[in-house]
Design a protein around this ligand. Structure first.
Ligand code: ZN
Ligand code: ZN
Length: 327
């Protein structure tokens, strides 16, 4: 197999050839057809997340087909089309797992962070955390659903059912969640970097009622807001945009420091919370919604060997939609 490997944070990924991985008991080997590039990959590569496995093959938006199966795997077979998400394994025993909050597991493994991921032509996954996908379907178009879609869905659910929803940072996750929110009958208010008229036009094309810069005041008070951009200064901006009793959800795994802000913008029962990871239940719910909501992803395809270019395009904000690597 070959893979794009990160040896040390802060370095470029390097193409490496490795022996084909063998699935152990309870695992499947997947021939990768496409792997999305998520902002979390940038945080891994830039060393903003603690204790990655090193060297690591990044990538946790994997679509492919099972081509080998380890012992004791049930419900999956060679040839099936599957998706491999960020949640790679949980312990099943800690209080969070027992309470049905496996996203908060004390001893988890995360794909492309603490176990090898999908910037490769083959990968191995724990069979219990793999999602079965419809046999037909566009592999590249499906890849961003595995994290931008899934964690986007969890953040939308935790934002509550307010009608007027603000999305801060209109990238891979927001472009999917805007479509879900519209399908649910909500009004979407899209916030982009100041002056990013291309992203604002993109949001409006996807049905946003209003699009503007993140420091702008929306034309209506919002019921809730989700922050996808890793920018702490958006927290007070979003709190100022939501009504009394409104909720602000921080959906990213990493964010720059939040500047201090006056208590008055949190007062009146406004809520601020984060969203971490996903549960398998989130996946079951979300993949049932995808066809009903008619979600169409916008992707930019890169050959696997150009993973570093995909990461730098994401870092600079040049992308519209989601980058996807094809081995
Ligand atoms: Zn656990
Ligand atoms: Zn991700």
């Amino acid at each position: 197999m070959y893979a794009m490997v990160l040896e040390r944070p802060g370095e470029q990924l390097k193409m490496a050839e490795r022996p084909d991985p063998l699935p152990g008991d309870g695992e499947v080997r997947v021939r990768v057809a496409a792997c999305g590039v998520c902002r979390t990959d940038l945080h891994v590569v830039d060393g903003e997340l603690p204790d990655p496995k090193l060297p690591i093959v990044p990538g946790h938006e994997i679509v492919g087909r099972i081509d080998a199966i380890g012992g004791g795997v049930t419900g999956l077979a060679v040839g099936m089309r599957v998706g491999i998400p960020w949640l790679g394994k949980t312990c099943g025993q800690c209080r969070y797992c027992r309470e049905g909050r496996e996203n908060l597991c004390d001893r988890p493994l995360f794909t492309g962070y603490t176990r090898d991921g999908g910037y490769a032509n083959y990968t191995v996954a724990d069979a219990r955390y793999v999602f079965r996908l419809p046999d037909s379907g566009d592999d590249v178009a499906s890849a961003p659903l595995l994290c931008a879609g899934l964690i986007g869905w969890r953040s939308l659910r935790l934002a509550g059912d307010g009608k007027r929803i603000g999305l801060y940072g209109f990238g891979a996750a927001a472009h999917i969640i805007a479509q879900v929110a519209r399908w649910q009958g909500r009004e979407v208010y899209a916030f982009t970097r100041a002056g990013d008229v291309a992203a604002q036009a993109f949001a409006q094309k996807l049905g946003a009622r209003w699009a503007g810069g993140s420091e702008e005041k929306p034309p209506e008070e919002l019921d809730c807001a989700i922050i996808y951009a890793p920018v702490g200064a958006l927290v007070p901006a979003a709190l100022r945009a939501v009504r009394k009793g409104g909720r602000v959800v921080c959906a990213g795994i990493h964010m720059s420091d939040i500047p201090s802000f006056p208590y008055s913008i949190l007062w009146q029962e406004r809520e601020l919370r984060s969203v971490a990871n996903l549960t398998r239940q989130d996946g079951e719910e979300f993949f049932a919604i995808v066809p009903r909501a008619g979600i169409v992803t916008q992707t930019v395809r890169y050959p696997l060997a150009r993973a570093n270019d995909a990461l730098s395009d994401l870092r600079s904000g040049r992308l519209q939609g989601a980058a996807v690597l094809v081995p």
